[in-house]
Design a protein around this ligand. Structure first.
Ligand SMILES: [Zn+2]
Length: 316
């Protein structure tokens, strides 16, 4: 009769000791490292996180809010959706090219982590030769400046001419509704310091920008939205910017557009065109708002697509 009691007490004492030992180490609660790394042929590609932002996707996506919420629930997500903001650093061996820069100070404290993560990835802002902007929304251009100064002092910045013509135009800003003026202000504050320094060049038409990296106009999300294509040794990476925002919804239902689209029809058409190309060619795809590191492959599936996240590699 006594033995089981003794055992029970011993077990309780052990459990208490174990619990105390676990609780003694404080939880760290810092995020996992904000960079990832793969090779595309001979080119080193480093996705870099700018952080995440919570977005009310049931309100932003253009379908019934309850449909969005149900689809998110099936994917173990809920609103607001914690949404990644990814930039991509490309080292061709002769040029260091950055595609998008994160939000800088424009979107609050959960974003703006790009420079810290760039340094953790082994690079410094001064080393970047070229910056290619997918489009001039604040979560892609905000990181170009720090305290009003160019954050990348040695870089040439390039972006689609139609985006420059639209977002950097004061008349367009004056005409825009009050809740849309911030888009113009963010673009101007980010790009103008580079224009003043003679370091901005608009991209007019498709074509190679540096050996191995080319621009592909895919307008719709914004007037000058641009996809960047990295090619090396027969391998291809498509950096698709904002052709998709919510993977859990829009791969299955690519016709669903989002409130941020300048031209919804054109945005959906460019999504379909680039996704079909990626599915056919087997190219690797990098998305600005697909969950970090935002890299994977696309397959056609039914009336939509399937996203296959890239495998983890130590690049042996
Ligand atoms: Zn975006």
């Amino acid at each position: 009769m006594i033995k089981p009691l003794k055992h029970t007490l011993l077990a309780a004492a052990l459990a208490a000791a174990t619990f105390t030992a676990q609780a003694a180490a404080p939880m760290v609660k810092t995020p996992a490292p904000g960079f990832f790394r793969v090779m595309v042929g001979d080119v080193e590609v480093t996705p870099i996180s700018d952080g995440t932002v919570d977005l009310p996707m049931d309100q932003l996506l253009h379908q019934k809010p309850e449909t969005t919420r149900a689809t998110l629930a099936k994917n173990f997500l809920k609103v607001p959706v914690e949404t990644s903001d990814n930039a991509f650093l490309i080292n061709t061996g002769s040029k260091l090219v950055l595609v998008d820069t994160g939000a800088g100070a424009l979107f609050g404290p959960t974003l703006g982590k790009f420079v810290n993560n760039l340094k953790a990835a082994g690079y410094q802002p001064e080393q970047i030769d070229e910056i290619y902007i997918t489009h001039m929304h604040g979560d892609h251009v905000g990181g170009l400046v720090k305290d009003g100064q160019r954050a990348f002092p040695n870089a040439i910045v390039r972006a689609g001419k139609a985006d420059a013509d639209f977002w950097l135009n004061k008349t367009n800003m004056d005409k825009a509704p009050a809740d849309k003026k911030g888009f113009f202000q963010g673009a101007m504050a980010s790009i103008n310091p580079y224009i003043q320094a003679g370091k901005f060049k608009a991209i007019d038409g498709d074509g190679e920008l540096v050996p191995g990296v080319s621009a592909l106009a895919e307008h719709g999300h914004t007037p000058g939205h641009t996809v960047y294509v990295v090619q090396s040794q027969g391998q291809k990476l498509l950096l698709i910017g904002d052709l998709i925002h919510v993977g859990a919804v829009q791969f299955d239902n690519p016709q669903v557009t989002i409130g941020f689209d300048s031209d919804e029809k054109a945005a959906a058409a460019s999504r379909k065109k680039v996704f079909d190309d990626a599915a056919k060619s087997g190219a690797l795809v990098g998305g600005a708002h697909l969950q970090f590191p935002g890299l994977g492959h696309i397959e056609t599936q039914g009336k939509g697509y399937r996203w296959i996240p890239v495998n983890y590699t130590q690049m042996r």
